[in-house]
Design a protein around this ligand. Structure first.
Ligand code: NAD
Ligand code: MG
Length: 391
């Protein structure tokens, strides 16, 4: 029986994770559930899943959470704040942590899971983009295991022997990340000037949180995933290719030196990757329908348009610059996406903000989490300055 902490339980990945867990009460139990500010949604999940502990990140809402849980007849422990999140992850309450908080806000708890040697099921790609080397060092020191939940990385994990091998030794020639192309695939810059948050969040194949939906529309999501793949699979930038595959049925591929290309396919439903990661190295049923190849649309592939979707090129640039450039890229992107979602920044200007901040803060070596967080704050401040000057 695995005791699972679901960080970001009220989100899209959190919901899919709890759906899979609920299908296998003999194998998994959701012992810790957390949310940022959604008290009502968290209470509803606690009523259904009966965790031992519920954590609300915003301390101002702890009393309300406790009151509502008591009123609903749920007698679990209640805590609040980011320290409570890291304490929960490090405690005996869980042996498995599903890191599904969105953004840099997930870094501390992801690192805490890695340091305590828990099975770390990583959806929070921003934390590995920011602090890949520190995260991997922490895992190596604790003997913890990381199983990727991001569908592309989960696919690559499944196509590689042993998940994270020495690529050279195993004859890997290329890692091929597939990208859906997002809702604006095929459009040129002129057609994207007036894009609204609602249009950007309407992904053709996946239902996701708003931040990752915007990242998918700009292709920054693929850029973050290139950096994520670099860390997870010790792959240099030159070994990672991106191909647009609008049907999102092939979740990614690995090419070997003999010309073999292994792919992982499935319907676009995150429960497959989540179930794989929860049960690994076993397999459990996920609730996802069988892939019906005879009746699905023909599979298409095309090159990404790096002129229109500059964020992908900027992510490769940050990866090649090394050091903390990916953390700077991520911070600037988070600020820009927030501004876009608030109606305060045009869609195409997201890339402009990221580019300016990368130029203003040249890469520095990653020393420790403290300095990384300082650089994250500097990049956010720089991005806000760019935003103010643009308005
Ligand atoms: P979401 O917006 O639907 O949910 C985010 C969750 O994080 C919520 O439970 C929210 O309460 C919590 N949260 C937000 N800010 C927080 C903060 N400051 N402190 C503590 N908790 C906070 O997002 P999502 O789509 O589920 O994505 C979660 C992560 O998984 C992201 O990093 C995303 O890139 C990654 N991911 C998502 C998908 C997907 O299909 N949704 C696929 C691959 C990877
Ligand atoms: Mg993905």
């Amino acid at each position: 029986m695995h005791k699972v902490a679901v960080l970001g339980a009220t989100g899209s990945i959190g919901g899919s994770t709890l759906d899979v867990i609920a299908r296998h009460p003999q194998h998994f139990r959701a012992t810790v559930l957390t949310a940022h500010r959604q008290v009502e949604a968290l209470v509803a999940l606690c009523v259904k899943h009966r965790p031992e502990l519920a954590v609300i990140a915003d301390p101002a809402l702890e009393a309300e959470l406790a009151r509502r849980l008591a009123a609903a007849g749920v007698h679990c422990e209640v805590a609040s704040g980011h320290d409570a999140l890291t304490a929960a992850v490090s405690s005996e309450l869980c042996d498995t942590v599903v890191a599904a908080i969105v953004g840099a806000a997930g870094l501390e708890s992801t690192l805490a899971a890695a340091r305590t040697g828990k099975r770390l099921l990583l959806a929070n790609k921003e934390s590995i983009v920011m602090a890949g080397s520190l995260l991997l060092e922490a895992l190596a020191a604790s003997g913890g295991v990381l199983i990727p939940v991001d569908s592309e990385h989960n696919a690559i994990f499944q196509c590689l022997p042993g998940g994270r091998p020495d690529l050279g030794k195993h004859g890997v020639r290329r890692i091929i990340l597939t990208a859906s192309g997002g809702p604006f695939r095929g459009r040129g810059r002129a057609e994207l000037a007036e894009i609204t948050p609602e249009q950007a969040c309407k992904h053709p194949n996946w239902v996701m949180g708003r931040k990752i939906s915007v990242d998918s529309a700009t292709l920054m999501n693929k850029g973050l995933e290139v950096i994520e793949a670099h860390h997870l699979f010790a792959a240099p930038a030159d070994v990672i290719d991106v191909v647009v595959h609008p049907q999102s049925l092939i979740h990614s591929m690995v090419e070997y030196v003999d010309g073999s290309v292994l792919a992982q396919l499935g319907n676009p439903d995150m429960r497959t990757a989540i179930a794989h990661a929860l049960a690994w190295p076993e397999r459990v049923e996920s609730g996802v329908a069988s892939l019906d190849l005879a009746s699905c649309a023909p599979l298409q592939f095309e090159q990404p348009d790096l002129v229109t979707f500059r964020c992908l090129a900027l992510a490769f640039q940050a990866l090649r610059a090394g050091g903390d450039a990916p953390a700077v890229l991520n911070a600037a992107n988070e600020v820009a996406v927030e501004a876009f979602l608030a109606g305060a920044l045009p869609f195409l200007a997201i890339a402009d903000v990221v580019e300016s901040v990368l130029a203003e803060l040249p890469a520095q070596a990653v020393v420790d989490v403290g300095t990384l967080c300082e650089r994250d704050a500097m990049a956010r401040a720089a991005a806000r300055r760019v935003l103010r000057n643009a308005c």
